[in-house]
Design a protein around this ligand. Sequence first.
Ligand SMILES: Nc1nc2c(ncn2[C@@H]2O[C@H](COP(=O)(O)OP(=O)(O)OP(=O)(O)O)[C@@H](O)[C@H]2O)c(=O)[nH]1
Ligand SMILES: [Mg+2]
Length: 301
Amino acid sequence: MNDGSTTNPDFRCGYIAIVGRPNVGKSTLMNVLIGAKVSITSRKAQTTRHRITGIQTSEDAQFIYVDTPGFQTRHANALNKTLNKTVSNTLTAADVVLFIVEAGVFGAADQQVMDLLPKNVPAILVINKADRMKDKAQLMPFAQKVAALHPFAAVVPVSAKMRFQVDSLEKEIRNWLPRNEPIFGPDDITDRSEKFLAAEIVREKVFRNSGDELPYTSTVLVEKFEQEGNLRRVFAAILVERDSHKAMIIGAKGARLKEISTAARLDMEKLFGGPVYLEIWVKVKSGWADNEAGLRAYGYE
Ligand SMILES: Nc1nc2c(ncn2[C@@H]2O[C@H](COP(=O)(O)OP(=O)(O)OP(=O)(O)O)[C@@H](O)[C@H]2O)c(=O)[nH]1
Ligand SMILES: [Mg+2]
């Protein structure tokens, strides 16, 4: 993947782990930093379930971001244990850590993630959703309060959604990256396959188009992915726990499944840069999130 040596002796390259409790905006921020949507986002917790690499290469640096699942503190099932292992493993391989919190909110779940931060790796405190803070004068005191809890390398308030201060954050990250040749090619944006990204896109639409009544234990499996010239053909199964969940996803006269399918196809066409034929069906498969074999079968590491 290496695209050869650069002539800049100050070229920087390294791995940047993005960690934080669920829903603070880790994936939204990574997508904004790399300028492409490789990690799915939604207002529901547990949207990210895998380690997802997002790569951005500039004149003088290659940023290899690693988005992680929100650290789970509520239930201790096999899926959540796997998600948390992903977070810990990512931290051990990072050159820089972005610890994300939400402006004005710091609780036990944030503290638990802070306790995981490795001592010998620079960690930047990123205060996201700054746009949400109604009283802007509260931002500084909040930043100071959280900054006092850990020896952070830097503190940067941002809004991933409004793209506020994202450039400053990138500059700050570069300062802490090691001098290194690039590891990936200049146009690479992720190390994940299109088949994997297709499954994630369908899962995002399931999360976004279904109400809170749909439990998080639904997942998506791409059973077939074919490419013929510029056309991709994607055959995906949405796996749910119960018949009632299946009915929920299909909707009246299949209306909801149609919405999910159209939205997913449009996103895939944008990301892959060509037409996509997408077929989706819904299957009932209970208990997959509770055992290791089920998790492995559906691609959880
Ligand atoms: N107002 C506001 N909302 C944001 C911002 N960044 C993210 N969000 C919203 O916060 C919600 C969660 O965003 P995600 O990026 O999926 O959060 P996450 O931390 O990756 O969540 P998990 O993967 O579940 O841990 C979504 O509804 C986003 O649109 C921001 O800067 N401002
Ligand atoms: Mg996420």
